[in-house]
Design a protein around this ligand. Structure first.
Ligand SMILES: NC(=O)C1=CN([C@@H]2O[C@H](COP(=O)(O)OP(=O)(O)OC[C@H]3O[C@@H](n4cnc5c(N)ncnc54)[C@H](OP(=O)(O)O)[C@@H]3O)[C@@H](O)[C@H]2O)C=CC1
Ligand SMILES: CC(=O)[C@@H](O)[C@H](O)COP(=O)(O)O
Length: 509
């Protein structure tokens, strides 16, 4: 049942017949929380209504928190009152095109124009798990999809291989020290395209040329600025990089509106919800039900988590993915982040977003409608399907994927998540309910803690403790309506705080 490792297709496969929306393409195998009435801190003490904003305040707070950590003080062990409602109210609408009259009209218009489906794609993070699987789709459907730009972190060899096959107009490498090697290798391979480097280079690729849609496959908050650049350039967004929305939701949503840009979810759970909501009238959504595999440790006793090694956390039971998201699945922070992602994508209140553990990862998520009907989307655990829908929406592209065989699957089982074993879930709900800058801080704290775990500097069990302590430290500079500058500053603040704790020898386990 495990998905095959993301295979980079050696050559664009021959295409098959293409008919209207049913285009055929070839394929290479491949807790309930009470309402929070006012502005309260994470501990229930008041948060000043208007916080000093911006880099200076965040930097000062970071320095103070790091100094406190180094002095052994740190925030006191937190008795996290996880029963908070959003101080900021619901997200300003929904990022995904669902549940409004206008979006219903847009869906219909796109469905009709999908008769001539031809999408020009720019792919950020082309050398990763999402990136290579997106290119599998493009290779399988060269008459429906083409590549305008590719951006990678540092993998020159694979980027060159991709440029040879997909002939982009522009490529970027984030690691600027590899610019010369990339240029030379492209010239040797006979590829003539623009070559750019560094963060500015990745941003330039995101906004470049006549691409219709940008697939965001960069890992982490590093995807935020390129995604914002793509939105400002009027590109539709196929969102895989969930950290962008979790950290940047307060600035991403208004920007999508301002530029009339469509954001379609590629994360498998959110793709499922998005698919279930197609054609649903406004206000008909009652509940979002996110399914979770349970991650690498779903069958471990809580007491055995003391023995976790990095290699254990990297063994996802069902999905083949990059290292960071695989570890997030093991802590179940991935599900917590997906709760926040669902809030921003679909405008669902946190009380209306549930998690259910589903070890088979066949039901990718569900929605409950106002009339109590529950609608689910099913498929094998293979990211190519949600990625395809994110770039082709609302078209349905005919693919020779293995058909789902429920008899072969046998049983579909469901159980409640174990909140004591996976404290990250509650932390994510708490940060989501707090809203404003808290989601940027929990995202950054998680990225920093996971990175320290990958470097063997902290134990697996330290991850939620570091996140909780960092959220607590953020009490004094929480912002209801952070600007982009605030989000950038608080992202680095949270990383400084996490590293300050560890440097001071705290929360190692
Ligand atoms: N993998 C999956 O199945 C799923 C992933 N996602 C989300 O998609 C995103 C990507 O995940 P995944 O593909 O697994 O991650 P990977 O680690 O496999 O790939 C990450 C990609 O981002 C590139 N990259 C890393 N840092 C930077 C940077 N600073 N600037 C530009 N490019 C960078 C890497 O380049 P290089 O390798 O060249 O260094 C690589 O191409 C994550 O946000 C994840 O949560 C969501 C659902 C499923
Ligand atoms: C493939 C995908 O979209 C991931 O989000 C995956 O679902 C993670 O699995 P977990 O349910 O273990 O977090």
């Amino acid at each position: 049942m495990a998905t095959p490792a993301p295979a980079f297709v050696g050559a664009p496969a021959a295409s098959v017949s293409a008919t209207a929306l049913g285009r055929s393409c070839s394929w290479s195998p491949p807790p309930r929380h009470g309402l929070w009435g006012g502005a309260h801190s994470l501990r229930g003490t008041p948060v000043p209504a208007a916080m000093s904003s911006g880099r200076a305040a965040a930097a000062a707070a970071a320095a103070a928190a790091a100094a406190a950590a180094a002095a052994g003080a740190g925030p006191p062990a937190i008795a996290f009152p996880l029963r908070m409602a959003a101080a900021t109210g619901a997200a300003a609408g929904a990022a995904a095109p669902v549940n409004t009259d206008a979006s219903a009209r847009q869906t219909l218009e796109r469905a009709l124009s999908g008769l001539a489906l031809k999408k020009r794609i720019t792919l950020l993070g082309s050398t990763g798990s999402i990136g290579t699987q997106t290119l599998d789709i493009v290779a399988a459907c060269p008459d429906a999809f083409s590549i305008v730009g590719l951006a990678a972190g540092g993998n020159v060899d694979l980027l060159v291989e991709q440029a040879v096959l997909f002939r982009p107009a522009i490529v970027a490498i984030r690691d600027a020290s590899k610019y010369g090697a990339l240029r030379a290798a492209l010239t040797d391979a006979g590829v003539t395209c623009e070559v750019v480097a560094g963060e500015e280079g990745v941003v330039a690729v995101a906004a470049y040329g006549d691409a219709d849609v940008v697939v965001t496959g960069i890992v982490g908050v590093a995807g935020l600025q390129p995604t914002l650049a793509a939105i400002r350039a009027g590109k539709d967004i196929a969102l895989a990089n969930k950290e962008t929305l979790i950290a940047g939701g307060p600035v991403v949503l208004p920007l999508l509106k301002e530029h009339g840009v469509t954001m379609t979810p590629a994360d498998s759970e959110h793709s499922a919800i998005f698919q279930c909501l197609q054609g649903a009238p406004a206000d008909s959504l009652s509940k979002v039900i996110l399914t979770a595999s349970g991650g690498a440790f779903r069958d471990w006793n809580a007491a055995d988590l003391e023995k976790v090694q990095l290699s254990d956390a990297l063994k996802h039971p069902n999905w083949s993915m990059g290292a960071k998201i695989t570890i997030d699945s093991a802590t179940m922070m991935n599900k917590g982040l997906e709760v926040i992602e669902a809030h921003y994508l679909f405008g669902a209140a946190y009380d209306d977003i549930d998690i259910v553990v589903h070890p088979q990862s066949i039901v990718h998520s569900m929605v409950e409608m106002a009339d109590t009907s529950v609608i689910a989307q099913l498929g094998w655990p293979d990211m190519r399907l949600p990625l395809l829908y994110a770039i082709a929406w609302p078209a349905r592209v005919s693919m020779p994927y293995e058909r789902l065989d429920l008899v072969k699957v046998g049983a579909l089982t469901f159980r409640a998540p174990d909140h004591a074993k996976y404290p990250c879930i509650e932390l994510a709900y708490a940060a989501g309910r707090l809203g404003g800058s808290a989601t940027a801080v929990i995202n950054a704290a998680n990225e920093a803690a996971v990175e320290l775990f990958r470097q063997d500097k902290v134990h697996y069990l330290a991850i939620p403790k570091l996140i909780e302590a960092t959220l607590d430290a953020h009490r004094s500079d929480w912002l209801a309506n952070p600007s982009l500058d605030d989000i950038v500053a608080l992202d680095s603040y949270a990383r400084t705080v996490v590293n300050g704790f560890v440097d001071a020898g705290r929360y190692l386990k």
